[in-house]
Ligand binder design. Structure first.
Ligand SMILES: Cc1cc2nc3c(=O)[nH]c(=O)nc-3n(C[C@H](O)[C@H](O)[C@H](O)COP(=O)(O)OP(=O)(O)OC[C@H]3O[C@@H](n4cnc5c(N)ncnc54)[C@H](O)[C@@H]3O)c2cc1C
Length: 471
């Protein structure tokens, strides 16, 4: 992704992609956010050109199951938004606020948003009439390995040089900059700027430059994952499903040729063997009888700087927030695009380096806060893990959002005050906090249920769904 975006933006630049002939990639990362569509647009790659090559499917949102044991709130859908939802979002926020003030409203996000209905009906977010300009956001699921290969081909077509080699040494200049990288296969290679895409190893950013790492382990307990693919489902649903298990959660991601499954858990609370058994049982032992599991350790947190000296870290080398909302590639894309902007605004200098690092760090913190909210709002009591998750320390920013929610205030206004709606919009915060049912008991003196308004929304949604294509 980095090579292709840099080559597209800077066609005159001399860019070389060095890949190891034998060190594997992390091999997971099948979900995305709607932001990834900008990548394909920038690179002029149409859905017809890439989706079948990468066994990709459409993703309309994420269902969260069993994070809550509150009656009626055992499951909810985190929707990608449609412009058709523009008047639904404030109404839903208003209903949740009235519910927080004791009105007995059935305030479940699944009753409001269009993409939930499209998902129920196995429809894509694409309108049948392509001249209709109303936009409905959607993302994709895909085979990450295949997408990597496709982007490599695109990079080469854009003029990127490609070399195979294992980097065995990184040399620094007197001022601490990276001067060159050395491999047996290619010898010594020097450059003005190096991009560290070596995954959790962070060969340049951490191992060479010793850039401090800010761990999120106090806020996000999960540090391990086990992944097992199962046979494809013909009538797949266009969504990721995230199901809470005993000490973490399992992803279910339908692709054209298989289903990606994985269990993200904390090694402090569960062993790898037990996690694998739990995942196999969850998928169905027979479905994955002869399939080998892959165990992955995750380093959760971020580099203090993503651009340090003449080195940019992108991907797992810059940091990682566990994949609950499939945000890693989103942050990768943001990092590359922001780096391009910072270099251009700084006219090729490091003038914008601090600004860039602050911006990416801020994005990491805000995504982390939203993920943390899933854990602190859980109501499970089955294991110490889930009970401990409710005690996770929260940032000042998140504290203020939660204060607004639990004190019947306007959450959208709080997000605006903090200017953080671009990370997760009001609809996402309301969907999460309402979706798991963090409401007080209704006040018997307040009887209005607003059932008519909700019915009207559902009726309109049914009508709108007719405008969309089947999968
Ligand atoms: C459990 C899990 C689930 C995830 N799910 C999602 C998801 O749903 N959505 C999402 O957006 N992201 C997800 N991610 C993150 C996503 O997988 C990564 O962001 C993405 O794959 C990019 O990884 P990377 O290229 O940084 O690292 P890697 O894939 O680890 O690649 C590192 C590269 O560095 C090379 N390398 C290493 N050492 C050397 C050396 N000495 N010399 C030369 N080359 C070297 C390797 O060969 C490899 O090509 C998930 C991650 C995990 C762990």
């Amino acid at each position: 992704m980095t090579a292709s975006l840099l080559a597209k933006q800077w066609p005159q630049a001399d860019i070389t992609l060095i890949e190891s002939p034998n060190i594997p990639t992390v091999g997971v990362g099948e979900g995305s956010t709607p932001y990834i569509r900008h990548l394909f647009k920038t690179l002029d790659i149409s859905e017809a050109q890439w989706m079948s090559k990468c066994n990709a499917t459409f993703k309309n949102g994420i269902t969260f199951k069993h994070w809550s044991i509150r009656k009626g709130f055992e499951s909810y859908f985190h929707p990608f938004l449609s412009q058709y939802d523009d008047d639904v979002t404030p109404l839903f926020a208003q209903h949740t606020r009235l519910r927080r003030h004791g009105y007995p409203i059935t305030c479940h996000p699944d009753n409001y948003y269009l993409t939930k209905e499209l998902t129920n009906q196995r429809k894509s977010c694409q309108l049948q009439d392509s001249s209709n300009p109303v936009e409905t956001l959607y993302a994709y699921h895909f085979d990450a390995e295949k997408l990597g290969l496709l982007l490599k081909e695109k990079s080469l077509a854009l003029g990127v040089n490609h070399l195979l080699g294992n980097i065995s040494q990184v040399k620094q200049a007197e001022n601490g900059d990276i001067a060159s990288v050395v491999s047996d296969e290619q010898g010594e290679l020097s450059a003005d700027i190096f991009v560290d895409c070596t995954g959790f190893k962070a060969l340049l950013m951490q191992k060479t430059l010793n850039t401090p790492f800010v761990s999120y382990s106090d806020n996000l307990f999960n540090d391990s994952a086990v992944a097992i693919a199962s046979p494809k489902i013909d009538n797949y649903s266009p969504q990721t499903v995230s199901t809470a298990l005993s000490n973490g959660w399992a992803w279910h991601i339908p692709l054209q040729n298989r289903v990606g499954n994985g269990y993200v858990y904390s090694a402090k609370y569960q062993t790898a063997d037990s996690a694998e058994q739990e995942l196999r049982h969850f998928i169905g032992q027979d479905r994955v009888k002869d399939v080998e599991a892959r165990h992955i350790k995750m380093r959760v947190g971020r580099s203090e700087k993503h651009w340090n000296k003449n080195c940019l870290a992108v991907g797992l080398s810059q940091g990682f927030i566990e994949p609950l909302e499939a945000t890693a590639l989103h942050l990768v894309q943001d990092t590359i695009e922001s780096f391009i902007a910072a270099i251009e605004e700084g006219k090729g200098t490091t003038a914008k380096q601090d600004y860039f690092n602050d911006k990416i760090n801020y994005a990491f913190e805000r995504v982390r806060d939203y993920i943390v909210t899933h854990y602190i709002s859980n109501s499970r009591n089955d294991t110490p893990y889930w009970q401990d998750c409710r005690k996770i320390p929260v940032s000042d920013s998140l504290q203020r959002i939660l204060y607004a929610w639990f004190n019947g205030m306007d959450v959208a206004e709080e997000l605006d005050l903090q200017q953080i709606s671009q990370y997760y919009p009001s609809a996402s915060w309301h969907a999460l906090l309402a979706g798991v049912g963090t409401f007080p008991e209704p006040d018997p003196s307040k009887t209005e249920t607003f059932a008519n308004e909700i019915q009207q929304i559902q009726h309109r949604r049914d009508e709108l769904a007719k405008l969309f294509k089947n999968l």
